[in-house]
Ligand binder design. Structure first.
Ligand code: ACO
Length: 325
């Protein structure tokens, strides 16, 4: 049956210039390259200096618009997944719309779902497109996590990085089959009983400060493998496709051992799993659009490929998206 699909017609990403290596970190806290590499797979991460989350977002969005062959005035909606907005309010999306000169009156808002922020934002934009409320959406995942990392805590400071990724989604008529291009299935979850397993310790209504990342690493690890696998399986089943039909698994880039665990659980061959955590670190809501854009730009992910995206983060929140590029 004919239906509206949200097709990815543009992709972009941006990483701040400063690179922080594991050796650099070993001069800041009691750690070393061997520990970080074997436990996390991370080698380097980028750190924003003098650039805000909105600045990174604008750069990623400019690239996405260019790839789409569109102007900012063609955009009907801007939605950003982030946990590091420039200000408590208004949203980063509102700031981006002003900085880029978006059409006056278009809806702009942020989604707060931590590392699942981009998956949540993409799902909301997809639903607005399929309802016919908007035709063309700019969906961003962007973070300056370096602002909420305690650089004296070796348990957490080695994990995170800054960056931004963006996609342009456009409404397109599909046949209602898994051969359509565009988003084929989405599924979001949360479990508030895990609120204290991973959080940033500040807040407007509590400390009146931004705070720092606090994490029960073992609990997050255990939960993440199951959650990312569950979300991936759900969207594949919903769209009537099997693991063999899928070209790429693109999980949230938190830790190589989590990524490998998910690939193994799903029975996905290693060469079909996208990995960027080695050179991005964990960039929270930016991790998926960064990895997607980088892989599309390099020609690794091609037009027509079927991609399973899965995300998991604080909340806990998690979710899956099946998309044919
Ligand atoms: N360098 C050297 N030693 C370290 C470091 C470090 N950076 N950090 C911790 N250690 C030490 C610990 O103090 C501990 O020492 P002890 O045995 O003397 O007490 C030892 O290393 C082992 O620590 P564990 O916590 O047992 O190490 P583990 O193997 O569990 O790995 C890690 C820790 C990497 C954090 C792991 O639990 C993990 O990957 N968890 C997932 C967390 C994650 O990815 N979070 C990202 C945010 S959530 C998300 O994006 C979904």
């Amino acid at each position: 049956m004919k239906c509206i699909r949200s097709e990815i017609i543009g992709w972009g990403h941006y990483l701040p210039a400063k690179v922080l290596t594991n050796d650099d970190l070993s001069k800041m806290v009691d750690t070393n390259d061997e520990w970080i590499s074997t436990r996390t797979g991370i080698k380097v991460r980028h750190i924003a200096e003098g650039e805000t989350t909105a600045d990174l977002s604008v750069k990623a969005s400019q690239m996405a618009l260019k790839r789409a062959g569109l102007d900012i005035k063609d955009i009907d909606l801007i939605v950003t997944g982030t946990l590091t907005p420039d200000n408590t309010t208004p949203s980063v999306s509102a700031k981006i719309s002003g900085m880029m000169g978006a059409r006056l009156g278009i809806p702009t808002f942020d989604v707060a779902a931590a590392c699942s922020g981009f998956a949540y934002a993409l799902t909301v934009a997809d639903n607005m497109i399929r309802l016919g409320q908007v035709k063309t959406a700019l969906v961003i995942g962007a973070e300056t996590l370096s602002n909420v990392v305690d650089w004296t805590d070796r348990n957490t400071c080695v994990l995170f990085g800054d960056g931004a990724g963006a996609v342009v989604l456009r409404a397109k008529e599909g046949d209602g089959t898994s051969q359509d291009t565009g988003i084929l299935s989405t599924k979001l979850y949360s479990d508030g009983s895990q609120y204290n397993s991973l959080y940033v310790s500040g807040g407007v209504a509590t400390t009146k400060t931004a705070g720092f990342v606090v994490m029960n690493g073992k609990e997050v690890f255990k939960f993440a493998v199951g959650a990312l696998s569950e979300a991936s399986e759900w969207v594949m089943q919903d769209a009537g496709v099997s693991v063999e039909d899928v070209d790429w698994l693109l999980p949230h880039q938190a830790n190589i051992r989590i990524i490998e665990g998910v690939g193994h659980k799903l029975g996905m061959p290693e060469e079909k799993v996208i990995v960027t955590v080695d050179h991005h670190g964990n960039t929270s809501a930016a991790s998926i659009p960064l990895a997607l854009s980088e892989s599309m730009e390099s020609g690794k992910i091609k037009k027509g490929d079927l991609v399973v995206i899965s995300a998991m983060g604080a909340g806990f929140t998690w979710g899956g998206i099946l998309v044919r590029i």
